[in-house]
Design a protein around this ligand. Sequence first.
Ligand code: AMP
Length: 213
Amino acid sequence: MKLILLGPPGAGKGTQAKMLVQELGIPQISTGDMLREAVKAGSPMGMKAKTYMDSGELVPDEVVVGIVEERIQQPDCADGFMLDGFPRTTAQADALTEMLEKKGLAIDHVICIQVDNDELIRRLSGRRTCRNCMAPYHVEFNPPQKEGVCDKCGGELYQRDDDREEAIRARLKTYDAQTRPLIEYYEQRGLLRPVDGSGRVEEVFGRIRQVLR
Ligand code: AMP
């Protein structure tokens, strides 16, 4: 199965993707995680991407399209994959369609997780992420057993630079201007599956499961 998880920052794409990985056995492809890896590694691409990421802007299309194209060639993607945070622009969506068509493939479902803006800001400002395995936490809604330490791998939890107030606002604006049009894009192609993203993580997961059934 080839899925796209669409939705604003803070909607829970990463959290749901990690649960879907367990359920469906297909890899999660998170462009945000891959870009943060590149930043951590200090590669030239990472250094360039960091300036965009810190200010809540999108990294140029050709950079992310290249990353995704390379990633979906890997053997673990042969039976499908779950795109988390990609595509984010119409140009990226067109590039994805084209790269899949070349291989005779197509996206099966675009799961669009919907959450209102006040809730997104609450979620993002309390979010903490494991530096090591990228597992997501929330200081209030999903705290780790021991403050600042990942339950899964013992890694250090930190607040992403772009989860600070000013950057959050910029990211939501970027979403509205550049990514929201993809809802209509995929609706027109009969692929959109809207899911209510409010409530507990397990509740949202249940709704996604129903959609996939
Ligand atoms: P995320 O972890 O998905 O919230 O992504 C964090 C940041 O990485 C975004 O605010 C963008 O700067 C950059 N990024 C991630 N995915 C993309 C993408 N598909 N296109 C452009 N920029 C991206």
